[in-house]
Write a protein that binds this ligand. Sequence first.
Ligand code: AMP
Length: 503
Amino acid sequence: MLAVGRDRARDAGYMPAPGAPYLCEDHGDRLREECGVFGIFGHDDAAALTALGLHALQHRGQEAAGIVTFDGTHFHSERRLGLVGDNFNKAEVIGRLKGHIALGHNRYSTTGDTVLRNVQPLFADLDSGGFAVAHNGNLTNALSLRRELVSSGAICQSTSDTEVMLHLISRSRRRLIVERFVDALLQIEGAYALVCLTNDMLIGARDPIGIRPLVLGKLGPSYVLTSETCALDIVGAEFVREVENGEIVVITKDGIESHRPFPRRPARPCIFEYIYFARPDSIVGGRNVYVMRKQMGVELARETPAAADVAIPIPDSGVPAAIGYSQESGLPFELGIIRNHYVGRTFIEPEQRIRQLGVKLKHSANAAAVRGNRIVLIDDSVVRGTTSKKIVQMMFEAGAREVHFRVACPPITHPDFYGIDTPRTTELLAANMGVEEMCRFIGATSLAFLSVDGVYRALGYDRREERNPQFTDHCFTGDYPTSLTDQNGPAHAGQLSLLSEVS
Ligand code: AMP
């Protein structure tokens, strides 16, 4: 394991020098995605079930969706910008996606360039036949690999890191497709939960430490591979098990096989799945996400009590933690903010000035629960501070006497390179300000965060005990669990220009 600490990230330009100004800047055109994947093998309604699965995973990606199927003779593909429900709701679309094997993907990205060619599953005609790939995560050496591929003559169709996988598989000298896939995996770094489809198999793979989630389910005789259990529930599939870290699962008409090509290492799943990403009804790592978030609220109330009258969540992400906070503190739980469900997640708007509008579009004050009260306002996380600043102001305008802001995770001080889109350090509020300064910035009466130990306690562990599992928690600790070739190596300097050439 290579821990890449704060100094290496700073040297690479991702950490500001101490005292550098806090800049809320555009994301630029970067490879960064959090996504949902769903694949099913051996079902007459494979495409319709995949559309349902993607609908349940809509929270993981709202920018675009795609489905690829195989009908015994041909591959079929539909890739669309926008929500699953708006694009895969018609019998004619599903009808075109014939076949008993299907693979789907929801894309969430903040790259400035939203184009169809980046929408997954990506498909290639290899000499062995068609191959489609859907990826959740982010490869930390994709740009370096891509640079090598391009210089040796490869033509890239997309700006997606996932396309590198197709090239590596295509170039492998191995005979069997699974061997070629393994060959490609041995060259990539970073976070991946991959599901791939060929004319006779569905393949799933998780990176060596299992940063991003992937579960195996069964629906009658059919197998399902997907990001979260909520996608199994919607199609009525039973949960079989998680795909393990470093495991490759191959599903064919003869059943299921498992391969482990990497040296065994302890798993380090991403802690942010519990904090923000996964849907609350999903079971991740054997734990119900809702129960974990509520427990984070309990720990938050214990660590950071506030003299107040009511506990108010920032909906929807802050609701479970606020229930926990209310139960532990005895403060009544009130809906002081009403969320409009017809706008996407705030982050979906790529530019800061639009994101600010998005906060207003999305949340309104419910003055009846706020006026005259000292409120504790609870959210799951603060990233740029855009949401918190607007909502604190909104609470005071609605008549709150005091606004005590409580955050059910630690300050996010380090950027993410594994696909969760916590942006450059210059855009992370907590990387640029101490708690007091952040409190002034968002305009709250007081501000406090859950400690890293508190998050682990909520998940049932004492962080200091060696034998307890560790999570991927670099956002709070700076402990990056993989090498960061693109960020630390020479490819870093070429990152933007490489992308701008193809955008
Ligand atoms: P901000 O307004 O930039 O501080 O963002 C904080 C809000 O975004 C919180 O309400 C979180 O629920 C949500 N959030 C946290 N992390 C992410 C992420 N990686 N992508 C999208 N939204 C996020």
